[in-house]
Design a protein around this ligand. Structure first.
Ligand SMILES: Cc1cc2nc3c(=O)[nH]c(=O)nc-3n(C[C@H](O)[C@H](O)[C@H](O)COP(=O)(O)OP(=O)(O)OC[C@H]3O[C@@H](n4cnc5c(N)ncnc54)[C@H](O)[C@@H]3O)c2cc1C
Length: 434
């Protein structure tokens, strides 16, 4: 099958472009979904408003969970531009602890760093190589909705030359990021009972650029209003391997300080407090300080409605424990593809719809309990006393911190794991999935 234009060989008399699936947004979620769907033989249109390569605000850190998905997509990660890491270094409460990624059969024992500047390009090219049709500089304006059924039938977009184009498909995927204009247009809004974070980052030329550990600083102090408050969040230093470090911080909305904090100045004060030889100075700064939201714990639902699937940040799929979003965007892309491929092979509209309606359940089964635990965690660390206690007494306990790493990075063996894995999996299973 291939996308059909008005003068296409099939001679279909339509002014619109058609496909089996339209995916809006070629970030990690959209490109992963496109790659898996096209590999299964679906005719996929991947619409992206920017053109690659392009800057994307991110920490650029990939845990073993994300690496596993890159392998599943057939993305080679051995060459130039990739730098491996062996684990997480945690700094706080006067303690500096190096925790290697857990040894698991289900996940690789290493993470990666690659700037989003070309990471997203690599993924989009991979989607294209799998057979998806990628259209850049194509800004999707609104969904095309059938007036009679209320079902999404496609999208209206503005093309590179300002032309308005209508694209039609029986299934549309919103992979358009945190703001997800497409979801909003269908009335699917953010939930304020779910955690939200804000993160800012910049790059510095630094001798620490080839660090083989991801580094995370647990103590971020805010002095707003003359009071010193320990903030719920963390700062990071991720060596990019190209002479620079990605340095940033993220804060959760579980504290009253959330609205008031000046994130850029907090980042500045924090980096100024670091050893001078690391080079995190104004002269060494490469590019601006830029920030964006972290939509967590399924903060936009339902994930399927009337012909529209939500994937990645559009569906609020960032892990509330650690702010990681790329792995979940890639995984959700694979899950969405699996459901879509099955649905589109069903013979009737009813059976197709019944299969698509399974998508939110599959996501809930995969992450629901774990994200509920993440919501409790976000509430707990919103209490500065808990944070102080945890950093002072928890950090020095190496076994406890190995457990914390597995829990926070969601890295356990799904079955036949060790005692820690069984406790974490058991808690996730027991937690309500709503
Ligand atoms: C400061 C910061 C640091 C972070 N650090 C990390 C980290 O180190 N590791 C990690 O795993 N996660 C990190 N995250 C989270 C991570 O960046 C996101 O979870 C991830 O990008 C989600 O991928 P996505 O494909 O769902 O959305 P996005 O990456 O946002 O992609 C959405 C795409 O849709 C396109 N688009 C939007 N609207 C339209 C439209 N109307 N028409 C066409 N195209 C459209 C956009 O241009 C974009 O390409 C960080 C986030 C922030 C803000």
């Amino acid at each position: 099958m291939s996308a059909t234009a008005p003068d296409a060989p099939s001679g279909r008399a339509t002014a619109d472009l058609e496909a089996d699936v339209i995916i809006v947004g070629a970030g990690p979620a959209g490109s992963a979904a496109a790659c898996h769907m096209a590999s299964a033989g679906l005719d996929v249109l991947l619409l992206e408003k920017t053109s690659f390569p392009r800057e994307k605000v991110c920490g650029d850190g990939l845990t073993p969970r994300a690496v596993k998905q890159l392998a599943a997509l057939g993305v080679p990660f051995d060459g130039d531009g990739w730098i491996r890491n062996r684990g997480l270094r945690i700094i706080g409460g006067g303690v500096r602890l190096e925790l290697p990624w857990p040894e698991l059969a289900s996940y690789p024992g290493f993470g990666l760093v690659r700037t989003r500047y070309d990471f997203d390009l690599i993924l989009a090219e991979r989607a294209r190589a799998c057979g998806a049709k990628l259209l850049e500089r194509t800004n999707v304006r609104e969904p095309l909705v059938d007036e009679r059924t209320g079902r999404v039938q496609g999208v209206v977009a503005t093309g590179p030359d300002g032309e308005q184009v209508r694209y039609r498909a029986p299934l549309v995927v919103a992979a358009d990021g945190n703001a997800s204009r497409l979801s909003v247009a269908l009335g699917i809004r953010k939930r304020d009972d779910r955690p939200m974070g804000v993160a800012v980052r910049t790059y510095f030329d630094s001798p620490r650029h080839d660090d083989d550990y991801l580094e995370s600083w647990l103590e971020l102090w805010d002095d707003t209003g003359g009071r010193r408050t320990l903030l719920p969040g963390y700062g990071w230093v991720f060596g990019v391997g190209d002479g620079t470090c990605n340095v940033g911080l993220g804060i959760l909305n579980s504290t009253s300080a959330f609205q008031e904090v000046d994130y850029r100045s907090l980042l500045k004060r924090w980096t100024q407090s670091m050893p001078e030889e690391w080079g995190f100075t104004e002269e060494n700064r490469r590019g601006g300080v830029r920030g964006a939201a972290l939509p967590m714990g399924f903060n936009r639902t339902p994930h399927y409605s009337r012909g529209l699937m939500l994937v990645g940040d559009a569906g609020g799929m960032v892990n509330p424990f650690n702010g990681e979003g790329i792995a979940y965007a890639l995984e959700a892309g694979a899950i969405a593809a699996d459901v879509a491929v099955q649905a589109l092979s069903r013979p009737t509209v009813q059976t197709r719809e019944r299969t698509l309606m399974r998508y939110p359940d599959v996501l809930r089964d995969a992450y629901g309990g774990y994200y509920t635990l993440g919501r409790y965690f976000v509430k707990m660390i919103g209490n500065p006393e808990f944070m102080k206690y945890a950093t002072r007494y928890g950090l020095p306990q190496r076994t406890l911190m190995r457990f914390a790493l597995k829990m926070l990075a969601n890295l356990t063996e799904p079955s036949h794991g060790d005692a820690m894995d069984r406790v974490i999996n058991g808690m996730s299973r027991m937690a309500p999935t709503s």
